[in-house]
Write a new protein. Sequence first.
Length: 219
Amino acid sequence: MSKKEILNKTKAYIRKKMEGEGTGHDWWHIYRVWQTAKKIGREERANMFVVELSALLHDIADHKFHGGDDTAGPKVARGWMEKIEVDPKSVDHVCDIIANMSFNKTFDKHQIFSSAELRVVQDADRLDAIGAIGIARAFAYGGHKQRKLYDPAEKPMKYKSGEEYRKNNVGHTVNHFYEKLLLIKDRMNTKTGKRLARARHKFMERYLSKFFEEWKGER
Ligand code: ADP
Ligand code: NI
């Protein structure tokens, strides 16, 4: 199979698998990460086959929905790639990327694996958590978990590790902005990713200041 056919097949497979997922990890999240990864990957001169495959497969089995199992994603992705006969070197690379993508990995200073392609796809995934789309996803996720939009009595937490973040990430949705979304711009990897993140970050700051004005009935 040509690389183009592999990507087309993978796209169709993921689209079918993730359609109707209600927690912000649906097909359209994958689609956006894929588009953004292509844009960043081209500017950063990455291996585009690995970038595109990783973007398409990165949320194939999220740890949150597999009892905290971090290895589920790479396993399922490997099964698929072997089935359609992706070359072994790319399979290994894509699996390393998927295993090391998640936000909570950024707390742990000595990330075990890194590559230009990981940096690209990780940036694309993070960009989808901020800006206009990020705001929509955060409130959609909060609704899914039946959380409050906001509660002035509950202040945001400062997490020191990925473990701590995972366990305590339960508050109202506005806290999520302070605990994660507003930290993302300083954790971007690539030049292109940083540029895109700055604009999306500014938009979230404007959004939050309006939110608090309206909360107090000031405007
Ligand atoms: P990652 O896989 O990078 O760790 P998540 O799966 O935690 O990211 O997040 C997926 C989406 O759900 C993101 O848009 C994120 O902002 C949102 N999300 C995660 N936790 C919360 C939360 N506590 N409140 C609101 N949105 C959340
Ligand atoms: Ni994702």
